[in-house]
Design a protein around this ligand. Structure first.
Ligand SMILES: NC(=O)c1ccc[n+]([C@@H]2O[C@H](COP(=O)([O-])OP(=O)(O)OC[C@H]3O[C@@H](n4cnc5c(N)ncnc54)[C@H](O)[C@@H]3O)[C@@H](O)[C@H]2O)c1
Ligand SMILES: [Zn+2]
Ligand SMILES: [Zn+2]
Length: 346
């Protein structure tokens, strides 16, 4: 089969690899029909995720059709159409039993990281019963690709950890796919205001269409002053970090009101200053989280009932065999006005 293979920082190739087979009785092999590229794949290609080794097939998102299942898989059979979760979870360890699939002792985020991933014609999925979801008949399958990672990430790490409530004022720093997924899912709770902050005018325009009540381009406006002006000097109830750089986490600390919440989503490669000299008395909480994907079934229902329309996040389509070109577009998201790209293998 063909697959997108990592060959060290800056190097990748679309090349021939052996087709995966069932190795454990709990495995399934899935023929990929649609996959996508994540900001995290770009982090890997920059060399930021050193556990990814030469020869690894990248990708941790996608939908497909089951080709083969191991003897212990009971919930799926060959021919079933499935959503692949970016988190593989055994369902049996203490972390899984507590709903913290991301820290599964036998899995977690392994796809396209520690084992071969989804940017390929076929992928092996460990613990298939707990890591795949059935696609309801008649679904818009490319919209469901957004359920592999970005929607549960925005919802769990941003909205749920930030405890967004009706009437809240929320600031989301970063209007990439993750920040926009946070913007969409925050609206389940009817916050009064959602302020999106980014450096890219196009993404801020998109944010307005997706329900942001205010947008701030922090490249040419003082975001702290503007947020204070919009909140009668108080700051926001919830500040969500969806970038993964020090400046945006520091900005969240400046924006949060007394009693508020800072919810970090971004993957940070460098240490960040924590301003306890001002925050110690402010009754705030700070949360961090690796997406658990425990909310995938709930989010799937909201997509089916059209309360959530994730296809809005898709800007580009390519054939899977054109993945090198798709990476080029996705890596120049500003220039290309790209959000999520869909790679088709049908
Ligand atoms: N916690 C998790 O489980 C989890 C899961 C998936 C992704 N992530 C992380 O979430 C983050 C966002 O992902 P994405 O795919 O949307 O990334 P992205 O790079 O597409 O988007 C980031 C956005 O932040 C903006 N930005 C950059 N610097 C900024 C600044 N100083 N102030 C304001 N905006 C700024 C950029 O213009 C861009 O629109 C990444 O760090 C990613 O690795 C975390
Ligand atoms: Zn991802
Ligand atoms: Zn587990």
């Amino acid at each position: 089969m063909k697959a997108l293979v990592y060959h060290g920082p800056g190097n990748k190739a679309w090349e021939e690899k052996p087709r995966p087979v069932v190795l454990q009785p709990t495995d399934a092999v899935v023929r990929i029909t649609k996959t996508t590229i994540c900001g995290t794949d770009l982090h890997i290609l920059k060399g930021d995720v050193p556990k990814v080794t030469d020869g690894r097939i990248l990708g941790h998102e996608g939908v497909g059709v089951i080709e083969e299942v191991g003897a212990a898989v009971t919930g799926f059979k060959a021919g079933d159409r499935v959503i692949i979760s970016c988190i593989s979870s055994c369902g049996k360890c203490n972390y899984c039993k507590n709903g913290m699939y991301s820290h599964c002792e036998n899995g977690g985020w392994i796809l396209g990281h520690l084992i071969d991933g989804t940017q390929a014609e076929y992928v092996r999925i460990p613990f298939a019963d707990n890591s795949l979801y059935h696609i309801p008949p008649g679904s818009d399958e490319e919209a469901l690709v957004m359920l592999s990672d970005i929607l549960p990430t925005g919802f769990e790490c941003g909205v749920l950890n930030g405890q967004v409530k009706p009437g809240d004022t929320v600031a989301i720093v970063g209007a990439g796919p993750i920040g926009l997924a946070t913007l969409l899912t925050a609206q389940f709770y009817s916050p009064a205001e959602i302020i999106m902050i980014d450096l890219d005018d196009n993404r801020l325009e998109v944010s307005k269409k997706f329900g942001a009540t205010q947008v701030i381009n922090s490249a040419n406006e003082n975001a702290i002053a503007k947020v204070k002006e919009l909140t009668a000097g108080k700051g926001v109830d919830v500040a969500i970090e969806a970038v993964g750089v020090a400046a945006s986490f520091v900005l969240c600390q400046m924006l949060v009101a007394p009693g508020g919440h800072i919810a970090n989503i971004g993957v940070h490669g460098k240490s960040v200053e924590l301003h306890l000299e001002t925050l110690w008395s402010q009754n705030i909480t700070i949360t961090t989280r690796l997406v658990d994907t425990v909310t995938t079934p709930l989010l799937l229902k909201t997509v089916q009932s059209k309360k959530l329309s994730p296809s809005k996040l898709i800007t580009h389509h390519f054939k899977l065999s054109d993945i090198i070109r798709a990476y080029d577009v996705f890596s120049n998201a500003g220039r290309e006005k790209a959000l999520k790209v869909i790679l088709n293998n049908e």
